[in-house]
Design a protein around this ligand. Structure first.
Ligand SMILES: Cc1cc2nc3c(=O)[nH]c(=O)nc-3n(C[C@H](O)[C@H](O)[C@H](O)COP(=O)(O)OP(=O)(O)OC[C@H]3O[C@@H](n4cnc5c(N)ncnc54)[C@H](O)[C@@H]3O)c2cc1C
Length: 446
């Protein structure tokens, strides 16, 4: 640990940390920040560090030998119930925000597939939800941020003020500074319930056509059976949703179910995955199902099982999430799904979403097209296989999501994120390149 570390921040603790995939796991010194009024002074005077929220990024974007936990700054500063404008500290989780806003008829304008992420993490990854095709990324709804720079200055930035810094911070993976506060425009909703329609698709072309046909529905996501091949390649269940309007604002129930220990890796073998995929697809008997469900199981189905990441065993798992542009995207998806089914590495979870237009943020992930996310248990052959998928993605003009990545090469990153140089220049100007580093930024040459 650097000699200055204890003077720079409020407190510190040595521990093993990882992202949600539990690969890689490293020893780190965890520093804490406990006040946005008195933030640490001059972070530049010590070893590089990176902000750490709730560790729900899968790979190494929040990892380094020194990390700065933001969970000590998690207050709601102001909630304008008329205008739906929430100002909060960046360590507040989306789950904590929902407790406050939902009973008053407001919801998050964009939400990822878990509510256990912080506001700062949501901004830093510029997260997307099931409504990207209509609502864009999280950052599109942020009205203002305050950001701690290496020299201890706190700057306000917004789409109008310090806009280049604002855009680089939305999607900037903690590499421009530490986000201290966030002001977010919320979405007015008529209920805590969702009207959900489920459609079955016999193959990839059918589900892509269904996405297009229902593009006016606010939320859509498809589960893909990624072990099916030939005429059934890409068979899927498409979930469509819109907020109900019945005035019932029940809060999500806390689940008591969890995976208490890490399971032996062999349990999740190809046969188990095959069986799961078959049973899951078959449970939807008819071609169409309609129901009213609470927004928690609709948006956050996996949150019901605490520590579900332990089912992948002690070596952890990787999520591969890519986006392919609309033109040529279907052919690229077909190649990826065929390779995945052939490789026998057994992806348990495969999710497909439709993306709307890209934004201007230099490192934001979405672009108009399709995004596919595949979970793989760690295996010695896996990294080489994912490099192969990278080639397919890069040849299609797509890219890989930084919030899920633990292994992409610098070359692949540069191909996928052509604005990386502009981002690097902005970092150099404030000294952020020397102060804020993650294992990921070092690997990607940022
Ligand atoms: C089950 C599950 C489902 C998910 N679904 C989606 C999804 O649908 N869409 C999607 O986009 N993502 C999704 N994610 C990814 C997740 O939303 C992002 O990785 C998010 O960034 C995690 O937030 P966190 O608070 O856990 O941040 P961490 O994982 O701790 O950090 C993530 C990044 O944010 C930076 N960061 C965190 N806090 C700050 C801060 N205060 N200031 C500056 N930088 C900061 C870190 O340095 C790091 O680079 C999912 C993750 C899980 C586990």
């Amino acid at each position: 640990m650097g000699g200055n570390a204890s003077r720079r921040v409020d407190s510190e603790l040595a521990m093993e940390i990882s992202g949600w995939g539990r690969y890689p796991r490293i020893q780190a010194t965890l520093h804490e920040i406990n006040s946005v009024e008195r933030p640490p002074q001059d972070l530049s005077q010590g070893p590089p560090l990176i902000a750490y929220g709730l560790g729900r990024s899968y790979g190494d974007s929040a990892l380094n030998a020194h990390v700065l936990s933001t969970r000590g700054i998690a207050r709601i500063i102001h909630f304008d119930r008329e205008a739906g404008l929430l100002t909060c500290e960046a360590g507040l989780s989306l789950a904590e925000a929902i407790q406050e806003i939902l009973p008053r008829g407001w919801f998050l304008p964009v939400t990822p597939g878990t509510r256990f992420v912080t506001m700062g993490g949501a901004v830093a990854a510029d997260v997307h939800g099931k409504n990207h095709h209509g609502a864009g990324c999280f950052g599109a709804h942020v009205r203002e941020l305050s950001l701690l720079l290496p020299n201890g200055d706190v700057v306000r930035c917004s789409p109008e003020q310090n806009s280049a810094l604002f855009r680089a911070t939305c999607g900037g993976m903690g590499l421009t500074g530490v986000i201290l506060t966030v002001t977010l425009q919320l979405l007015k909703v008529g209920s805590a319930y969702i009207r959900e329609t489920t459609l079955k698709a016999a193959h990839l072309d059918e589900v892509l056509a269904q996405f297009d046909e229902h593009a006016a529905v606010p939320y859509s996501v498809a589960w893909i059976d990624c072990l099916s091949t030939r005429s059934k390649l890409g068979r899927a269940i498409l979930f469509l949703g819109q907020h109900a309007d019945d005035g019932e604002y029940t809060l999500p129930r806390e689940s008591g179910i969890g995976i208490p220990i890490e399971l032996p890796g062999f349990i999740l073998n190809r046969y188990a995955v095959r069986l799961f995929q078959e049973l899951y697809y078959r449970q939807f008997r008819g071609r169409r199902r309609e129901r009213r469900i609470h927004l928690a199981p609709f948006f956050y189905p996996l949150d019901a099982i605490h520590h579900w990441n332990r089912i992948y065993g002690s070596r952890g798992f990787l999520q591969y999430q890519c986006v392919l542009p609309k033109s040529g995207g279907a052919a690229g998806l077909r190649k990826i799904l065929t390779r995945t089914a052939d490789a026998a590495l057994g992806s348990f979870l495969a999710v497909l979403k439709l993306f709307g237009a890209a934004n201007d943020n230099p490192l934001s992930f979405p672009m108009e097209g399709y995004t596919l996310a595949l979970d793989f248990k760690y295996h010695s052959a896996l990294l080489g296989f994912l490099d192969e998928l990278d080639h397919i993605v890069a040849d299609c003009g797509g890219r890989v999501y930084l919030a899920k990545d633990a292994r992409m090469s610098a070359e692949m990153f540069r191909r996928g994120y052509p604005q990386w140089e502009k981002f690097s220049e902005l970092r150099e100007r404030s000294g952020a390149d020397r102060t804020f580093q993650s294992l990921q930024s070092q690997r990607l040459g940022l």
